[in-house]
Write a protein that binds this ligand. Structure first.
Ligand code: SF4
Length: 243
């Protein structure tokens, strides 16, 4: 997501005002980038849908549901025991972003009546919490559940998902048939041009613009035929052709 938002910034000289995306993009790195650029992030996180279910009942033994006091840096476990901070774990993502997880440890779990539900390992319970990510998720949840958020969520599933459905199932476009960035770019560009013309024709047909629609349908069909022809060729022929 960040390279895409960065390219938007470079092209228009300003950051995107609003971003709507599904839970695959709800990472700390992405949320942070959007916050630093004052972008409104209507971006779901992994548990968002689960949390919205009417019968959702949070598991009190999961670390993220422990009561946490960030100001005084401690947590409270389900038994009411104070867990003290023992350190910080730093995790580096593939892109080089470093996130920090605070570690807390209970002082004495021995003899706790809830132990069988809370802990399987020996010793005292230890948890890791990413406070920054928790804050970002809280903020995203507030936005997603607002009136504007509901509108964006409603639109998002119609606009891109319907296109993916048509591409993958109706047109069986499930994988690229070429190797190399340039060839894949060419492959997908052809497809996108034809797809958009087809979409425009369908819209025009509804509005009864007859002759022009026929011409554009013809053009879209020609591009699809050309694209299909390119994709039928064997990779070795394509490689030979391109050299
Ligand atoms: S096992 Fe330890 S951390 Fe878990 S509820 Fe009991 S005292 Fe708290």
């Amino acid at each position: 997501m960040i390279p895409f938002l960065q390219s938007f910034l470079n092209r228009y000289g300003r950051p995107a005002h609003t971003v709507v995306a599904d839970s695959g993009y709800g990472s700390e790195e992405n949320y942070r980038f959007m916050e630093e650029n004052s972008t409104e992030a209507y971006v779901k996180y992994s548990r968002f849908h689960m949390e919205q279910r009417p019968r959702f009942n949070p598991d009190p033994f999961k670390a993220e549901n422990f009561h946490c006091n960030e100001e005084h840096d401690f947590c409270i476990c389900p038994m009411g025991q104070k867990m003290r901070r023992t350190g910080t774990k730093r995790v580096k993502t593939a892109s080089g972003y470093v996130s920090e997880n605070a570690r807390y440890r209970a002082v004495r779990c021995e003899g706790c009546p809830l132990r069988c539900r809370c802990l399987k390992a020996k010793g005292n319970r230890m948890i890791e919490l990413n406070h920054r990510l928790r804050r970002y998720r809280q903020k995203a949840k507030g936005l997603l559940c607002s009136g504007e958020g509901l509108k964006h969520r409603g639109q998002r599933c119609i606009e891109p998902e319907a296109v993916f459905g048509q591409m993958k199932n109706n047109m069986n476009y499930k994988r690229f048939r070429h190797f190399g960035k340039d060839k894949v770019f060419m492959d997908f560009s052809f497809f996108a041009i034809a797809f958009n013309i087809k979409k425009m024709c369908a819209k025009m047909e509804k509005e009864c613009i007859g002759r022009l629609t026929e011409l554009l349908y013809g053009l879209a069909a020609a591009i699809f035929r050309c694209w299909g022809h390119i994709n039928q060729r064997k990779p070795q022929n394509i490689a030979a052709y391109s050299t």
